[in-house]
Design a protein around this ligand. Structure first.
Ligand SMILES: [Ca+2]
Ligand SMILES: [Ca+2]
Ligand SMILES: [Ca+2]
Ligand SMILES: [Ca+2]
Length: 304
């Protein structure tokens, strides 16, 4: 991995030791002209040297420098995942990420719940993937349950990005022997457990800060019959055509669940069968309107 480890403006290099079990991670420092020197011995204080399958760089403790997360794999070896904490000058001290002991093949750093610090997802090859939340100072606690799916997916790779355009970070997981999966972040989300059906009530579920809400929140869901992509700063992207938009009643999202739902009566009118509905919500995260954000867009076809 490349990153400016010593804060002098050029990219330095960290190398994992692969499946070798007798080397620590290596640090190569750039002299500013693209020549690298191995300064591992002087810069890395690490008492463990497990087989490393993945590395990520990020500022875990919020002090402005790049720290290193080390994902360790291997069978029959120690393999605790480690953090190399940067002192600001590119000198690192190792410690456990958390007390776990799984075959981590991939790592992702992402701010899962939008509180400004980097959290860690460990993609484990022989176990469930793990989610560790950052306390803002680089100390991590397991939040795997109930936030992560309980599936064994032989994870081999993780990619991070906002797939559904609601401003929170989602995950794509590549697995050995299995199809890749999309893990959508429910930090701010609308979804419908069932299809809209003529002559029935259709439930739209709205989530915001699910499971970790510290105060009740409100959401304003709305529906339309055509999509849009209207950027409305700072709220995000309005994904429902305003010309067809019908606003639904406020939904209360109590704490700590952060989950509420809205019921929509679908008329028993055959002409509506097959109609495409687009649903979205504006979540009022705090008292200030400036904190409100749009969710993803729900797309469902009315079933006869
Ligand atoms: Ca540098
Ligand atoms: Ca740091
Ligand atoms: Ca976070
Ligand atoms: Ca998202």
């Amino acid at each position: 991995m490349l990153g400016d480890l010593d804060g002098d403006g050029d990219n330095d290099l960290v190398l994992g030791n692969g499946l070798a079990n007798d080397e620590v991670e290596c640090v190569f420092v750039n002299d500013g002209t693209g020549h690298f020197s191995d300064e591992t011995a002087a810069r890395v204080t690490e008492s463990w040297n497990f087989p490393t399958a993945s590395l990520q760089l990020g500022d875990l403790d919020g002090d402005g420098d790049l720290d290193v997360v080390v994902g360790n794999d291997g069978i029959g070896h120690g393999r605790f995942n480690r953090v190399l904490v940067n002192d600001g000058s590119g000198h690192f001290t190792g410690r456990d990420l958390v007390f776990d002991y799984f075959r981590t093949a991939a790592l992702a750093l992402l701010d899962v719940e939008g509180d400004g610090d980097l959290d860690v997802v460990c993609g484990d090859h022989d176990h469930y993937d793990k989610l560790y939340l950052n306390d803002g100072h680089g100390a991590f606690a397991s939040a795997t349950w109930p936030r992560m799916p309980a599936t064994l997916d032989e994870t081999a790779a993780l990619a991070v990005g906002d797939v559904d355009g609601d401003g929170d970070v989602d995950l794509v997981r590549g697995s050995d022997w299995k199809i890749a999966t999309l893990l959508v972040n429910h930090h701010r989300q609308v979804r419908a457990p069932r299809l809209p059906k003529l002559g029935t009530q259709w439930a739209i579920e709205v989530t915001a800060t699910p499971g970790y809400a510290t105060a009740a929140q409100l959401a304003i869901p709305f529906l339309g019959i055509a999509p849009a992509a209207v950027s409305l700063s700072p709220f995000g992207t309005l994904g429902v055509d305003p010309a067809t938009l019908a606003v639904l009643p406020f939904v209360l999202l109590p704490a700590p669940s952060g989950i509420g739902s809205s019921q929509v009566a679908i008329p028993n009118t055959p002409v509506l069968a097959g109609l495409q509905l687009y649903g979205q919500a504006l979540v009022l995260h705090g008292g200030a309107l400036a904190d409100a954000r749009f969710t993803n867009v729900l797309r469902e076809r009315v079933d006869a």
